[in-house]
Write a protein that binds this ligand. Sequence first.
Ligand SMILES: [Zn+2]
Length: 247
Amino acid sequence: MISVIKAKNYNEKIFTLRRNTTFKTPQKWDVIVNHITEGLMPGTLAWLENPKAEVSCHYLVTRKGEIYQLADLHHGTWHAVKHSPTAKIVKERSALANLYTVGIEHEGVHKDTQGRLTAAQYEATLWLHKYIIEQYEATFKEPFLIDRDHILGHYEVDTVNRSITDPGREFPWEELLTDLIKWDKERKMVKQDPKNGPYVNDRGERLWFRVLAGSYKTRAEAEAALKELESKGFKDSWLMAAYVKEK
Ligand SMILES: [Zn+2]
């Protein structure tokens, strides 16, 4: 079971941690930025929790697959400063990248792992990406765009102080995007629910489909057609029978 653990000093290290920077309300956080910690547990969590360390992020995903939350999604954290970015969205926007991005740190040291995740860590970050996407959609009432423009690596926001090693040469981009797109398709698919009516979508909304049974010259023929469909298990509320006026 994947769950989110609230870290020490939760919500403490938001924008106020930078001197001369007043707290700003973040804009829509429609971009996720993935990182590598270049440190291991428990030190790496202690560093992120330490008020004196002038760095923060929203989540930390450990190699064991634990997820620590360090700040509320609605608060900006200091994890990605824009510096000669290659990411299209970051280039286009004048706002501080920290104001519209969610930062996920992944426990790991690049020289040892090249950014590869453990199986448990991958499952946890996949779960977390889905969770953030759902939170975004519940908050802003619009779909989160699942693509490489909106799911970035730190190296795409800052090419000066960072390189491909953050989050890593072998960070599982392809697997992550493929799994997220597959999940997105599945959750949008209409499912049949034999108990509660004909069809429900993933939001539990009922979708009623009506079947045009055909048109008949006499009422008797139409009713016979209706009876036949009912005998096959269709309920009358599903049907729209077109009657023609009998002469
Ligand atoms: Zn980073």
